[in-house]
Design a protein around this ligand. Structure first.
Ligand SMILES: Cc1ncc(COP(=O)(O)O)c(C=O)c1O
Length: 406
């Protein structure tokens, strides 16, 4: 069939402004089996607890099949929300099941937050760098994003406060501050407790909302737990979100948001039009998995699997990358963030890397300004140990060649 319809003239202004995800596009290139991919944010498939889950699935089918295969409530399975609230309480978050909503991944929660808070032209604040999926979700609602640089302790709150003052002077009230305070994607850094408290103070003083996105907080290798920002939230300003994607299975498409009841209700109404309810079947499975005490044991196993991978990546970078780069050694999470020498553009270098059968995500993808041109995000959770060593070696020689041509 010849497609002659000029469909672009029919799209809404909003659709015209939607940005494709650089990572999702890259993943198409990295389908080639020979490519060693540090690009995606994929958990390692060896970490999936397939045998344990077989047992849980059998149990769910035998005992709860008729409800697990049915539509569920939009807010999510009550028992699962209760378990999530109890687990959050252990981390210092004072909450209850009514404040929890289960979403189809945190990505849906980010989109929903964009939908309920952002009018075209509104302002929101995020990190520099920050999660690409957050940028795309908020931009699709035609928001302006103001970036705040990070240091090794996360978002720089003094600069944040100055930025808020500047915006207010120009009569602009930012709708929210989006932050990933623990094992940040892509930079890997953790915001210490003192800075978390400062961030809450800023939100309280300027009457703002914080979106705390926390997919990686449990993937800790060599550092103690830090309380979520939400734990210091006495005024109901923090919308906290986390996900089963990195601690159980991204295929489940299961995540949760904890927010004041008024916001949870608004998200629920929004979700009624999005997908009616989150996958009921996987909610029952996750619920039973937690009840058996399997989730925490499983998280420990994931950390045991990823820590040596992180070490191999950092060691290989030291061995193969030419001097003059900076690399932050993350204490958890799934990513290393590297900034290369002056004169290198990681976006154009990507084509050279693909020729050598190795992939990464270039730093610009994580920026809302023109920054990140010399940076790259490298995922260490997905490749095998051997692939990490070999892939970093290949990348090292791509960088060396690029430096010679400068
Ligand atoms: C910071 C951040 N937020 C949200 C998501 C989306 O996760 P989910 O699979 O729950 O949609 C990701 C996925 O990589 C992420 O890194």
């Amino acid at each position: 069939m010849v497609f002659i319809l000029d469909v672009a003239r029919l799209y809404s202004d909003r659709a015209g402004k939607m940005r494709k995800s650089v990572i999702r596009e890259l993943l198409k290139v990295t389908q080639d089996r020979e490519v060693i991919s540090f690009a995606g944010g994929f958990p390692n498939p060896d970490s999936f607890p397939i045998d344990d889950l077989k047992d849980v699935v059998q149990y769910v089918m035998d005992h709860q099949g008729k409800t697990a295969l049915q539509y569920g409530s939009t807010q999510g399975l009550t028992e699962l929300r209760e378990l999530i609230a109890q687990r959050a309480a252990k981390e210092g978050i004072k909450t209850c099941a009514d404040e929890v909503i289960i979403t189809s991944g945190s990505q849906q929660a980010l989109d929903t937050v964009g939908k309920i808070f952002l009018n075209p032209g509104d302002y929101a604040i995020c990190g520099l760098p920050t999660y690409l999926g957050g940028i795309n979700a908020f931009k699709s609602y035609e928001a302006n994003l103001e970036g705040i640089p990070l240091d090794n302790n996360g978002m720089m709150v003094d600069i944040l406060e100055d930025k808020i003052k500047d915006l207010l002077k120009a009569d602009i009230v930012p709708k929210f501050i989006y932050t990933i305070p623990t094992f940040q994607n892509p930079a890997g850094v953790v915001m210490p407790e003192s800075r978390r408290k400062k961030l809450i103070d800023i939100a309280n003083n300027y009457d703002l909302i914080i979106i705390e996105d926390d997919p990686y907080g449990k993937l800790r290798f060599d550092v103690g737990p830090v309380k979520p920002i939400k734990a210091f939230d006495d005024e109901g300003r923090v919308i906290y979100m986390s996900t089963f994607s990195k601690i159980l299975s991204p295929g489940f498409r299961l995540a949760w948001t904890i927010a004041p009841p008024e916001i949870t209700r608004k998200m629920e109404i929004c979700k009624q039009a999005l997908d009616l309810c989150t996958n009921t079947y996987t909610q029952f499975i996750a619920c039973e998995f937690i009840k058996r005490g399997s989730l925490d044991l499983h998280i420990m196993k994931i950390c045991e699997l990823y820590k040596p991978k992180r070490d191999i990546m950092i060691k290989s970078i030291k061995e193969f990358f030419p001097d003059g780069y900076t690399c932050y050694k993350p204490k958890g999470g799934m990513f290393a963030w590297v900034t290369l020498q002056e004169g290198i553009d990681t976006e154009t270098m990507f084509l050279d890397a693909i020729k050598e059968k190795v992939a990464y995500v270039h730093g610009k993808a994580f920026h809302v300004d023109d920054g990140g041109g010399r940076s790259m995000r490298l995922n260490f959770s997905y490749p095998t140990d051997e692939q990490i060593h070999e892939g970093i070696k290949r990348l090292g020689s791509v960088i060396k060649k690029k430096l010679e041509k400068r």
